[in-house]
Design a protein around this ligand. Structure first.
Ligand code: SF4
Ligand code: SF4
Length: 105
């Protein structure tokens, strides 16, 4: 599995590059993000959660039942992270997570 970045959606904010714990994301000459070492990505989803432009998708492999499905997030409501789970047929399920509660230990 790995992420894929859509350069057409990327707004060059740099958030994914700053948060990736493996320093795997770089900017091209236009400031658009790209993953340089996709084989080293361990699918932590940190960059997926940070992206304000829905430009990053995490592809789900067959061994966890993904079969070509993917995940991305949006931040439609203040304080909420919205997960979009899209299966290989394009069917989408949405789960809203309250960030304050989900980060409480
Ligand atoms: S999923 Fe995690 S390891 Fe992979 S590119 Fe994004 S932040 Fe880096
Ligand atoms: S977080 Fe999203 S919009 Fe910002 S640089 Fe990365 S891919 Fe582009």
């Amino acid at each position: 599995m790995s992420i894929q970045i859509d350069k057409n959606k990327c707004i060059s904010c740099g958030k994914c590059r700053n948060i990736c714990p493996g320093n795997l994301i770089y900017n091209d000459l236009r400031g658009k993000a790209f993953i340089k070492y996709p084989q080293d990505c361990w699918d932590c989803t940190a960059c997926v959660k940070e992206c304000p432009a829905q430009a990053i998708k995490l592809y789900l492999s067959g061994d966890i039942g993904g079969n070509g499905g993917h995940l991305y997030t949006s931040q439609e409501e203040k304080g909420c992270l919205v997960w979009h789970m899209v299966d290989r047929f394009g069917r989408e399920e949405v789960i809203k997570i309250n960030r304050k509660v989900s980060n409480r230990y």
